[in-house]
Design a protein around this ligand. Sequence first.
Ligand SMILES: *Cc1c(COP(=O)(O)O)cnc(C)c1O
Length: 357
Amino acid sequence: MTELSDLPIRDDLRGLTPYGAPQEHVRIQLNVNENTHPIPEAVATDIVTALAGAVLGVNRYPDREFTELRDSLAAYLGHGLTRDNVWAANGSNEVLQQVLQAFGGPGRSVLGFPPTYSMHSIIASGTGTRWLTAQRDAGYELSPETVVEAIRREQPDIVFLCSPNNPTGTPLSLETIAAAYDATPGILLVDEAYAEFQEGDTALTLLEGRPRLLVSRTMSKAFAFAGARLGYLAADPAVTDALRLVRLPYHLSAFTQAAAVAALAHAPEMLAMVEDIKLQRDRMIAALPELGYTPLPSAANFVLFGGVENPHAVFEELLANDIIIRDVGIPHHLRVTAGSDAETTIFLDALARISAR
Ligand SMILES: *Cc1c(COP(=O)(O)O)cnc(C)c1O
């Protein structure tokens, strides 16, 4: 049998492992930070109508510039942004890949602050961009001084900041983001996949006058649209011109564009569960210490909790109860997504039973 290592694969990909969040068919799925609430039926009906319209024109290539979608995204984001500031792709992972294709690549580097979103380093290796890392402060925080010092030391071409940070949930101050921008002559990308769950200001407020600042977002989390694959970015129009150099032509299908535009027209309904999800998050943060665990503060829709003697064993025992959460590889920690009220109850009850043993 042919093994991967038998193939003449790129030297820099040898021995690497792919992104691997398990996709198990279990009843309670709290492992990849989706919005666990289904989209409202009225919105679904509108999306189907839009898709039916798109299918009639599917003999033609879609709008390569996804103009209507960029208008919808700009209107959703606000902050005076227009379609010229907006870019989109099949998930924000693809947006990040295009950013590294345009501004990274062989001979260039990107700096991240682990523990952070695992795809950042994987997309770096896929694009041949050197992945540099620096330490966080206590409690996974990032002060302006820490970030500036790391940038001065590592001299990266690109800096990735994740706000709030996945998998820790840690919010990031605008002071740190602004200081990072001033410290680098390169690109600063702020991954705001969980922006809709956070209380403080978004990095979108910093875009004006900062042409090397990129703010990425996704419809996969708060927006309850993970299966549709739509991520986007706001930046100076010159940045979107750079991304046009590396994107594949017609990368957003007519169906993707139609579905996303229809969903964005119902943004308030799509986001209706966000407040309840935050309640469930805070409920878990309040309940976990009673079970002997130490949850971290979270500005996102998930909670990282420590004090887990054997994360693998707890993960497996929850799985035996038809519940999947995430072992993110941080010793003695596990991460759980905030789902519905019922899902949270089932998770907390199961964890209480497991912990009492
Ligand atoms: C989930 C997540 C994404 C989203 O990726 P999509 O490709 O848009 O589904 C991006 N960044 C972070 C930090 C995430 O946690």
